[in-house]
Write a protein that binds this ligand. Structure first.
Ligand code: GLC
Ligand code: GLC
Length: 646
């Protein structure tokens, strides 16, 4: 073990023996202060990972130089932002936060044209923009860009590095934080490291997991989960030209990096700091559960995966402390929680709430949603959920089977039902999704589709059923209402604000045909945006409903830095939660997950401790003995403070 004291001594020795880049006295002071604050603890962690490597301190020394040069080359503008964020560490929990995720090409054409979309983003209230992977990637299938061939080169179809830097500055000038993917579990097989490895360069062979022996591959396959079983069975790909196996958790052209090698840690840290210095304020840690592997384990969410993320986080604290990590752990809720916190990821997708909102829509029952969120919604105050309803991926039915069992629900059967329901195979289903990655061995499956189509709009339009159209729009509103008000950064997925339906054109593309996630990756036409904003048609209702709730959210601190309590409604179809701000201000949300009207006694509002109550969504006073909620109705209840309250 390396003690903190020895690590401090080691840091001093390293600093004495290396030459650091020239910088202003003030910058020098800031850097030294930060490295003294964070590096010793970082070194202790790195020692846990790599202490048995003969060249451990050689790599540690290289890391110090890397941190110093990355800090020295960080633009003044971003250094100022670092100071600003350090002084306001909970900025991302504000009610003002609103995220959107877009593909550069599908949303705008290219990086330059994206600048002309800034007014649209601002009109909606977006101030956190996640651009889907935009780096150089293989032609044809690149897993939607998640096979990176060069972390420093923008995909030429989208523009240049200069365009990206300009966009980052333009967004920042408009108060929009740029979020980029950090695809660090794997590179594409066309990355220069992969090409060197394939050529037999021993330094780079150690960047990946290569095996000569098929038995070894089979041993690992026994315990690892298959992520893309319709692409290829198991987690490995045989490279016929060199007669070796390589670890590929996802597609065969996505080679997993070998983090048991300290050189990989340093090389990827270099790429990460390069991204941070472009001017992004968030990095989405793609597939972070898979980064550490050990034989006879599931090779997911292992303790050392956490240690690694803490190490990356510490490097950011030294060089670019304004940059946040967002965890993309789509795993068991208890495991999701372990990535969240100041030392790992300040932000995390909330896959449990996402999946269970859909579950409640299908069953019309809220017991699993309520019980699960009661157990798992609360996280550390210095962290925030990123709440979402749909994203570019499939929906996996992630929930805790033990909680389900307590509710009398069999997890396995229930997932089968949900897959049937959302692919429209269950009699009476309103939904029109597409199956994804059906596993022939386990029967496991996931679902794809746009928010509007999964919520029933596509089917309702096809059958020209006005009641169903109305219900579908109300379902979308219901999910949006929770996303915006329950606490966390709401993240809208491109096109869902416009009620865009499934796009089946991917079936005509030989590189997309096999990957049904493309059904929910539509191109967004200007005319669609204009139509939605013009106020005609049902899609514009979706837009209008959403916009109204966004405006309410942004105008009230109870949606920002406040506590959430999930309430028991004792009504099978109702879901409720209370938000409570430090000022004492409160908001009670109640939602009806059924198409039938529901009532709940007025006493549910006792928690508001108010004599008069108003629903801020309709701006009307609520009175009587009961609260009524129509089909898929929602109320946001607050104390009415008399005239002038509006
Ligand atoms: C993440 C992405 C997904 C991709 C996978 C492999 O889960 O969201 O789209 O296929 O990582 O990079
Ligand atoms: C699995 C993985 C997740 C990935 C997804 C892609 O759910 O856990 O990381 O995004 O597959 O389909």
């Amino acid at each position: 073990m390396l003690t903190k004291l020895k690590a401090q001594k080691a840091l001093r020795q390293i600093l004495d023996s290396v030459e650091l880049p020239k910088q202003t006295k003030k910058d020098e002071k800031v850097f030294l202060q930060r490295i003294e604050q964070h590096f010793p603890a970082l070194l202790v962690k790195l020692y846990e990972l790599y202490g048995d490597h003969y060249d451990f301190f050689f790599h540690a020394q290289k890391l110090v130089v890397l941190l110093a040069t990355s800090f020295a080359s960080r633009k003044r503008k971003w250094k100022n932002l670092d100071e600003q964020r350090l002084a306001d560490p909970y900025w991302y929990r504000s009610e003002k936060m609103l995220g959107m995720a877009v593909y550069v090409d599908l949303f705008a054409g290219n990086l330059n044209k994206l600048q002309s979309k800034i007014p649209y983003l601002k009109s909606l209230g977006v101030n956190y923009l996640h651009l889907m992977p935009l780096y150089k990637a293989p032609e044809g299938d690149s897993d939607g860009g998640y096979a990176v061939s060069d972390y420093r080169q923008v995909d030429p179809k989208l523009g240049t590095e200069k365009d990206l830097v300009q966009l980052a500055e333009a967004l920042s000038a408009e108060g929009i934080s740029l979020v980029l993917d950090f695809v660090f579990n794997h590179t594409s097989d066309e990355h220069k490291w992969a090409q060197e490895a394939r050529k037999g360069n021993p330094d780079f062979e150690e960047f990946y997991y290569f095996f000569d022996d098929e038995q070894e591959v089979q041993d690992y396959n026994q315990t690892c989960r298959e992520i893309f079983p319709t692409v290829r069975r198991g987690s490995f790909t045989h490279l016929d030209d060199i007669d070796k196996w390589v670890w590929t958790t996802f597609n065969s052209f996505q080679w997993d990096l070998n983090y048991s090698n300290p050189a990989v840690f340093n090389a990827i840290t270099d790429e990460m700091l390069f991204l941070a210095n472009i001017g992004c304020e968030g990095l989405r840690l793609d597939a972070l559960a898979f980064i550490w592997k050990e034989k006879w384990t599931q090779c997911e969410s292992l303790p050392k995966a956490h240690t690694l993320i803490q190490c990356f986080n510490a490097c950011l604290q030294i060089v670019a402390p304004s940059v946040l990590f967002k965890s993309e752990a789509i795993v068991h809720p208890d495991e999701v929680a372990r990535y969240i916190g100041k030392d790992e990821c300040q932000l995390s997708y909330n896959p449990l709430m996402m999946a269970l909102m859909w579950e409640s829509l299908a069953t019309r029952e809220t017991k699993l949603l309520t019980a699960s969120l009661k157990k798992s919604f609360e996280i550390a105050p210095e962290a925030s959920w990123v709440n979402y309803i749909r994203c570019h991926d499939d929906i996996g039915w992630t929930f805790d089977d033990a909680v389900a069992e307590q509710m009398g629900i069999d997890g396995y059967q229930h997932r089968r039902f949900l897959n049937q329901f959302y692919t429209g195979k269950f009699a009476g289903s309103f939904s029109q999704g597409v199956p994804f990655q059906e596993n022939p061995t386990t029967g496991d499956c996931r679902v794809c589709g746009s928010l509007a189509s999964l919520a029933g709009l596509e089917k309702a339009i096809e059958s020209d059923d006005s009641t169903q159209i109305d219900h579908a729009i109300k379902r979308v509103r219901l999910l949006n209402s929770i996303n915006l008000s329950i606490g966390g950064v709401p993240l809208i997925y491109q096109g869902d604000e416009l009620g865009i339906l499934n796009d089946h054109s991917y079936l005509d593309d030989e590189f997309k045909r096999e990957d049904s996630r493309w059904v929910n990756r539509p191109a967004i036409a200007d005319s669609t945006i204009e139509n939605a904003q013009s106020g005609v048609g049902y899609q514009s209702r979706i837009y209008r409903d959403l916009k109204q709730m966004i405006d309410l959210r942004k105008s009230d601190a109870v949606f920002g830095v406040a506590r959430t309590e999930i309430l028991e409604t004792y009504r099978p179809h109702l879901f409720a939660y209370l938000r409570e701000h430090d000022s004492g201000d409160k908001m009670l949300a109640i939602c009806n997950f059924s198409e039938h009207s529901q009532t709940i006694p007025m006493s549910v509002c006792d928690c508001l401790e108010a004599s008069e109550i108003k629903d801020v969504l309709t701006n009307t006073l609520v009175s009587g003995n009961e609260i009524h909620l129509g089909a898929y109705g929602v109320v946001w209840l607050k104390t009415y403070r008399g005239k002038g309250d509006e």
